[in-house]
Ligand binder design. Structure first.
Ligand code: ASP
Length: 326
């Protein structure tokens, strides 16, 4: 799928069941209890042009799903989408041919879970939630995360698609063992959801940099870097060159800037400018952020101008071009 191509929201069909039943869940079971709380309009904001994933999450929220489950259900679409070479099944491998996935989730109570460098498991955002809920830990990595997944009933799969294998073999010939780092190479899906109870949660899932060194982990599963939620303030999620996001703890920085009074757009711009200020001239890598606050305002900003985000609210799903430095 060419993710830079705008897909008209009106042409969207509800996607086929690429998502496993475990992830789809039962909407009736997962209904939020709003009690006497004011019912707010739910919405979803995701990195890049991900109409199907965003729509799945948005429609789930409209049917009263809570924010964390809607985010996991939404990103699961891209995890299962073999044509997306940056997330889940079909993701680009590391330089040795291993597809290793990273993901994290964070809910409205500040609970979080994360998995790093997991092999053979497609739905790593759901796995991160299982780490959050079913272990005394926040992070499981590598073989331990895989073992935990198998114990939880996840089915092992070969995630290296024939197409990704061909591209990798081609890169091996020409790549000179430099991992691919360029503005076209970052399509992690990060998703922020607000449910009808007004609660914010998020998920972030990726196969990381194509042809990375074995064991390399980026920002996406690092709470505070790839994703951060404070339900009293707002949430933020990152995509792009993870090394640069980690150095400035980007998502946490954005939430703290919002806590100090900036709106989401201003906070995203300040966080991107923090990265830019550490480099001379025009950086040859991309970083992008999206953010939202408790008032329902949203913001997005990137270094280069090829970034867009997808926004769902009131049955309308839109791909919107982000403002950028260059
Ligand atoms: N942030 C991801 C990483 O560095 C890459 C991406 O956004 O595509 O692993």
């Amino acid at each position: 799928m060419n993710r830079r191509d705008f897909i008209d929201k009106s042409s969207l069909l509800f996607p086929s069941m690429l998502v496993s039943p475990k992830i789809i869940g039962d909407l009736d079971v997962k209904k939020i209890k709003t009690g006497n709380k004011r019912i707010s309009s739910p919405y979803v904001i995701s990195t890049w042009n991900v109409p199907e994933a965003n729509l799945i999450a948005g429609e789930s929220l409209d049917k009263n799903m809570n924010a964390i489950d809607a985010a996991i259900r939404g990103v699961a679409y891209e995890e299962a989408n073999i044509k997306n070479t940056t997330v889940g099944n079909g993701g680009s491998p590391d330089r040795d041919g291993n597809v290793t996935l990273d993901a994290c989730v964070m809910d409205e109570n500040g609970n979080c879970g994360s998995v790093l460098a997991v092999e053979n498991i497609v739905h790593v955002a759901a796995l991160a939630k299982d780490v959050m809920e079913k272990t005394p830990h926040v992070i499981l990595a590598g073989k331990g995360a895989r073992k935990f997944a198998l114990d939880q009933g996840y089915k092992p799969e070969n995630l290296l698609s024939p197409e990704s294998k061909i591209d990798w073999l081609d890169w091996l010939e020409k790549g000179n063992y430099n991992p691919k780092i360029n503005v076209e190479n970052h399509d992690t899906i990060g998703m922020l959801c607000r449910d009808k109870a007004g609660n914010l949660s998020g998920a972030c899932t990726t196969s990381g940099l194509a042809y990375k060194m074995q064991g390399r982990v980026g920002d996406s599963p690092i709470i505070g870097s790839g994703l951060f939620i404070d339900n009293e303030v707002g949430g933020a999620v990152a995509t792009g060159l993870g090394e640069e996001v980690i150095k400035t703890v980007g998502s946490f920085l954005i939430v703290e800037l919002m806590r100090n009074g900036l709106n989401p757009q201003e906070a995203c711009e300040k966080a991107i400018n923090r990265i830019i200020s550490k480099h001379k001239g025009k950086p040859n890598f991309q970083v992008a952020y999206i953010a939202t606050n408790k008032n329902g305002e949203i913001g997005a900003y990137s270094i280069h101008n090829d970034f867009s985000y997808t926004f769902y609210k009131n049955q309308t799903n839109q791909n919107i071009k982000s403002k950028s430095v260059f």
